[in-house]
Write a new protein. Structure first.
Length: 187
C-alpha cells in the first residue's frame, strides 16, 4: 500500500481574506505536521500560503516551498523552511507536482484555480493518478463543483471523473479521502 508522504497545497496569497480561511489554512498545517506529512507549497509567507506553512513549521513538520524569482517580492518567501528558487511558473508547478503524492486545494483566487484545474486536466489525460481534495468549510468551492457537474452532464468529461472530485470540510477528512483514493489507485 502506498502511503502519503507529501501533499501539495494550492491556496491564496492574500492577507485580506476572511479570517476563517486563514484559520482553515493553519488547521490544515497543524494536521499535516501531526500526520507527519510534508507540505509542498508555493513558498510564500503571505496569505493562506504563509498561514499553512507557518503552522506546519511551528508544529515541527516538514515544509518545501517553491518560489519563482519574479514573485520573491510579492509573495515574500518564508525563510524559516526549506525552499527552492526557480526561474518561472512552469518550473514551479512541475517541481511541486514532482515532490507531491496528492493535492489539497484551499480557498484562493485565479492562480489557485488554475493550478488545481491544470492538475485535474493532467489526471483526465492520464498523465498522473495523484488524488486531489478541495477543502473549505463554507461552500467556497461549491460553484466550482456545480460547474464540473455541468461539464459532466454536457458530456465534455465522463461521469467516472466525479470520483476525482473530492470536496471536504475538515483537514482530517481531506487527508483521509486522499489516502483512500491512493489505496484504490494502487489496487
Amino acid at each position: 500500500m502506498t502511503k502519503l508522504k507529501s501533499i501539495c497545497v494550492y491556496c491564496g496569497s492574500s492577507n485580506t481574506v476572511k479570517p476563517a480561511y486563514l484559520n482553515l489554512a493553519r488547521e490544515l498545517g497543524r494536521t499535516l505536521a501531526q500526520k507527519d506529512l510534508r507540505l509542498v507549497y508555493g513558498g510564500g509567507g503571505v496569505g493562506l500560503m504563509g498561514a499553512c506553512a507557518k503552522a506546519v513549521h511551528e508544529a515541527g513538520g516538514q515544509v518545501l516551498g517553491v518560489m519563482p524569482k519574479f514573485l520573491l517580492q510579492k509573495e515574500r518567501i518564508f525563510e524559516d523552511v526549506e525552499h527552492r528558487i526557480v526561474d518561472d511558473m512552469h518550473t514551479r508547478k512541475q517541481m511541486m507536482f514532482d515532490e507531491s503524492d496528492a493535492f489539497i486545494v484551499l480557498p484562493g483566487g485565479i492562480g489557485t484555480l488554475e493550478e488545481a484545474v491544470e492538475m485535474l486536466s493532467w489526471a483526465r489525460l492520464g498523465l498522473h493518478a495523484k488524488p486531489m481534495a478541495f477543502l473549505d468549510e463554507d461552500g467556497f468551492w461549491a460553484p466550482f463543483f456545480e460547474l464540473m457537474d455541468h461539464i459532466i452532464e454536457g458530456k465534455f468529461t465522463p461521469e467516472e471523473f466525479r470520483a476525482a472530485l473530492v470536496h471536504e470540510k475538515t483537514p482530517e477528512a481531506a487527508i483521509t479521502a486522499l489516502q483512500d483514493r491512493l489505496v484504490v489507485m494502487d489496487s
